[in-house]
Design a binder for this molecule. Sequence first.
Ligand code: NAD
Length: 296
Amino acid sequence: MRAEDIKTVVVIGAGAMGRQIAMNSALNGPGYQVILCDSFPAALEQSRTWVSEYLAGRVIKGRITQEISDQVAARLTITSDVDGAAAQADVIIEAIIEDLAVKRELFQRISRLCRPDTVLGTNSSNLVSSKLADVTLYPERLMNIHYFNPALVMKLVEIVRGPHTGEEALETARTFAVSTGKSPIIINKEIAGFVANRINAAVTREACLLLEKGIASVEDIDTACEKGLGYPMGPFRLMDMTGIDVNYYVRRDRYAESGDENDKPSPLVVEKFKKGEFGRKTGKGWYNYEVQEKED
Ligand SMILES: NC(=O)c1ccc[n+]([C@@H]2O[C@H](COP(=O)([O-])OP(=O)(O)OC[C@H]3O[C@@H](n4cnc5c(N)ncnc54)[C@H](O)[C@@H]3O)[C@@H](O)[C@H]2O)c1
């Protein structure tokens, strides 16, 4: 499959990531037909509502015209028919739950339903495509195509080459990402965390170490990153947004896999986790959001 021949993009999994990847492909691409599918009716219903509210919001804000909104809505189909969608796909991006057994079942099935040259990408943050390659028919078209949350806003897409990935499919995925307004990078070897999340993990680890040693406060470490290094958000503020629980689980699992002490969750993160202080979603993390809301 060459990038210029792509007409139909299929996104499987209509959750937080999938619906935004589908919308980005329909809105910012050169006119792709996009099919967003999910096996759960509730997820499909929520996606339908989200799509119409998102497009209406863009029109109200003057970012797109009503005509563009109508065209995008007409190009973006939402369906429970995963197999039927796969059969029509030029590119498939899988964004279902992070469960290896479920992903393996899906790739085994869809790789037999789509054309042999359909590009297959998994959006997984933690599972490299090698873990899917043995069940996938024609694994040379398989790779990680990793978007960042929120996928409509964040420009980076990490395309991770597995030992099985062919050059042509990789180049098609790269060109496809560019055609939808993204800035893809190629990661030449499968590695846990890929590139951006590894760098972020290193920064977060150092920030936690500085805090543990009493070198500087949460606020001052965030200020150093924001005002001195130009980060849009310091590591503690970012952790509060993405969830301290998520940081805990990722580090715990990575440590279990690597045995490397550097991968262990920080004791301060463990403490927050045990107290149920996960960040914004619980009203308290490194910062206290309930207090801030009252002050507002
Ligand atoms: N959330 C993030 O910040 C983020 C960022 C980058 C990558 N990812 C990756 O994206 C993937 C999805 O994450 P998410 O946060 O969007 O999850 P989510 O839970 O919001 O959505 C997953 C969707 O998959 C659907 N689903 C489950 N099994 C299915 C199946 N067999 N067939 C079809 N649909 C199925 C569910 O109904 C749900 O709507 C994961 O692999 C995750 O690692 C997530």
